[in-house]
Design a protein around this ligand. Structure first.
Ligand code: ADP
Ligand code: ADP
Length: 213
């Protein structure tokens, strides 16, 4: 089975949800630059302070920061046999730099997740997270007790960048970058389209069908 996978898709498509499931199934780490940046913000580091302002505006944080961050993470021992990348690379510049600086940066498969706009909005507006990053949805994946994380009992909130205004900006940035990025992976011969509509089980089954081909 393919072990190095890049997930592409709009904000709220379900990349993190699918990545966690694939990572568990395939025993490889889930590497999400958004999660790593949010951990820096939560820890109050200098990098976190810089990143927070940009993330709250819906723009992309500087290239050098995320490429460095991803390469450092993928260089650790647990990523030696594979990885699931979620939210990185975000544009062709990041992809090219990643390929220049990291051996085997070209994935076995790049899954391009397609969901219609109405469903993206439904998924994003219903998303709730705990401070440690566990993700729920008020309808499709509610916690056992409303507003409380099943894993650690902490209060669930909306992400600061899941507001209508910032989501609109994130979708705009995504639309600008995704075409060339998809072409890039298509030219490398690894692009596969994934219908990401339907429940999480169906999406996972479809994804596993593609990566195990
Ligand atoms: P992304 O990482 O692409 O931003 P998430 O994985 O965080 O997206 O998913 C966004 C929201 O949609 C979350 O609340 C998640 O629980 C929910 N979700 C994810 N996949 C599905 C699905 N297939 N059907 C319904 N809701 C989903
Ligand atoms: P989503 O997929 O739901 O849009 P992420 O968690 O991947 O959210 O990203 C949240 C924010 O973190 C982005 O809007 C951006 O500011 C920043 N970010 C995450 N990954 C990258 C990246 N690879 N390059 C630049 N900025 C990033």
């Amino acid at each position: 089975m393919d072990k190095r996978i890049v997930l592409l898709g709009p904000p709220g498509a379900g990349k993190g949800t699918l990545a966690r499931r694939l990572a568990e199934e395939m025993s490889v780490p889930h590497v999400a630059t958004g999660d790593m940046l949010r951990a820096e913000v939560a820890e109050g580091t200098e990098l976190g302070r810089r990143a927070k302002q940009i993330m709250d505006s819906g723009e992309l944080v500087p290239h050098e920061i995320v490429v460095e961050m991803a390469i450092e993470r993928l260089g650790r021992a647990d990523a030696a046999t594979g990885w699931i990348l979620d939210g990185f690379p975000r544009d062709v510049e990041q992809a090219v730099d990643f390929e220049r600086r990291f051996d085997s940066a070209v994935p076995d498969v790049c899954l391009y997740m397609k969901v219609d706009t109405g469903e993206i909005i439904r998924r994003i507006t219903g998303r709730r997270v705990c401070p440690r990053g566990h993700v729920y949805h008020v309808e499709s994946n509610p916690p056992r007790k409303e507003g409380i994380c099943d894993e650690d009992g902490l209060a669930l909130t909306q992400r600061d960048d899941d507001t209508e205004h910032v989501v609109a900006k994130r979708l705009e940035v995504y639309q600008e970058e995704i075409g060339p990025l998809v072409d890039h992976y298509d030219e490398l011969g690894v692009l596969r389209r994934l219908d990401a509509s339907g429940d999480t089980e169906s999406v996972q089954t479809r994804a596993l069908g593609i990566v195990s081909q």
